[in-house]
Design a protein around this ligand. Sequence first.
Ligand code: UDP
Length: 327
Amino acid sequence: MKLLVTGGAGYVGSHCVRELCSAGHEVVVFDNLSAGHPQAVDAKATLVEGDLADEQLVDRTLASGGFDGLMHFAASLDVGESVREPLKYYDNNAINTIRLLQAMQRHEVHRLVFSSTCATYGTPPSVPITEDMPQIPINPYGHTKLAMEWAMRDSAEAWNLGACCLRYFNASGASADGWIGEDHDPESHLIPLILQVALGQREQISIFGVDYPTRDGSCVRDYIHVEDLGVVHRLAIESQQPGKFRYYNVGTGVGNSVKQVIDAAREVTAHDIPATPSPRRVGDPAELYADPTKIMAELGWKPKYTDIVDTMRTAWQWHKDHPEGFA
Ligand code: UDP
């Protein structure tokens, strides 16, 4: 297939692009490089540097022809920032996505895989989270992603868009061959921050909340390996039919607490990694992990990484070899 991948130079996007290229698909990456890294883009893919707000460039790119489908990763994704600057999120995640959908309609591209998020569930009534639980997001990031799921559902009815919304949990790890990995600036994600302590770049890791009603008092999340996410995206686009709206939770089905993640890093790095109990972070639900039964049954997918120690090993290999990230 010939595929356009927005945000294909970012963390999850670049791993998906590699998976698509190695399966023989032709990939054009569209990325403004505000958070992405050109070095992360597979050499077999073509990189168009541009912003989704540039309607003419999006048009020209799609008009270059022959696209069978599109994967849409480009988005702002910091929950805390979305609370402080909601309009940035409505602009980038909602308005730019609507423009993209309009361009797809104009150019008759009818297959889409969309990066959605478990944040669309807000605080779920129970765990593991199934797809039929109510979607009641609790922050602007989740609101914008859910609104775009609605736009896609309505477009499936109205103009035959085929869309698959992948509601992922915590993307983590790095490519098994050590080639690409996680590099955000500023970094706010748990695993890279922990590994920066092991590298001597930070003194300690703060544990945001130790009084949650969980197994050890710290928050529980589902850390899904980024290469497993790559395979899911490939299977989703390959099986996507025009006019069909689908949505799946994408996680391992295993919850790990912040303390367990720190322990895994201690095991893998052989570093003490000092950890300090700290106040809760606003907007953090106590426990989020997926029930991945639906996607496993319907796409025939199974995560390769279900043990946090194995995921941590790939992340450590990347951070050890790239202490300054892609720079
Ligand atoms: N977390 C933490 N200390 C940090 C960063 C994150 O305890 O310095 C916790 C955070 O509260 C959450 C989990 O680690 O429970 C994962 O957070 P992250 O920001 O990596 O991803 P999110 O769940 O927000 O998508």
